[in-house]
Ligand binder design. Structure first.
Ligand code: R5P
Length: 231
């Protein structure tokens, strides 16, 4: 099966978890895209659901499909969030934010009773960190923030460097929240909880892409079908 087919199969498994009347968080990225697309088909047939999107991109896709949308002001508690991931490690610890949506994704996941991740097999790793860890930073004082992040990277024996994320035309990538993203190349993250705490200690760090103790289930699609992973 092609990668897009695998993503769609994982999304289809997650769709079976959605019950009528649920308040849902909608993730961002190419795998979450398939989930939103499949949900749109059900909504068109009359399925009742109310959703909070985790990015402007997902909001646009969902509203074009006629999926009813709300926000966390009107609906501060959600039943379930379905999202993709860049890496799925032991205990369903995740790296997210490859598409830059990590802040809203984490806020929405934290407001949800459950988070389910959908992915193809390539996302599963024994140790997190091969995928560069996205760190969302305030634009003010970015140089000082980067310096502080580099110090943390040294403390955690990062194998690579810190790179400010750029768009394809070479401009700084700006998140939906108006911040920048820097990508931290760790190689191996052996103490994710401690790293999370150290990064959040830095004043200019808005959020990072380590999602720890948030995801309870993953549907992972591979050549042999869907594997369900539970934390
Ligand atoms: O910021 C983006 C999100 O965290 C995505 O869920 C993540 O990057 C995975 O995206 P994809 O399904 O496209 O691999």
């Amino acid at each position: 099966m092609m990668s897009e087919d695998l993503k769609r199969e994982a999304a289809r498994s997650a769709l079976a978890e959605v019950k009528p009347g649920m308040r849902l968080g909608l993730g961002t990225g190419s795998t979450a895209w398939h989930f939103v697309d499949l949900l749109g088909i059900e909504v068109a047939k009359g399925f009742d659901v109310l959703c909070v999107p985790t990015s402007e991109k997902t909001a646009k896709q969902a509203s074009e499909l006629g999926i009813p949308l709300t926000d966390l002001e009107a609906t501060p508690e959600l039943d379930l969030t379905i999202d993709g991931a860049d890496e799925i490690g032991p205990g369903l610890a995740l790296i997210k934010g490859g598409g830059g949506a990590l802040l809203r994704e984490k806020i929405v996941a934290a407001a949800s009773g459950r988070m389910i991740v959908i992915a193809d097999q390539s996302k599963c790793v024994d140790v997190l960190g091969r995928f560069p860890l996205p760190v969302e930073v305030n634009i003010f004082g970015q140089g000082a923030t980067e310096r502080a992040i580099r110090r943390v990277m040294e403390d955690f024996e990062a194998e690579g460097d810190l790179r400010p994320r750029l768009t394809s035309d070479g401009k700084p990538f700006v998140t939906d929240g108006g911040h920048h993203v820097v990508d931290a190349f760790f190689g191996r993250i052996s103490r994710p909880e401690a790293l999370s705490a150290a990064l959040l200690e830095i004043a200019g760090v808005v959020q990072h892409g380590l999602f720890l103790s948030l995801c309870r289930r993953a549907y992972v699609a591979g050549a042999d079908g869907i594997t369900t992973l539970d934390a």
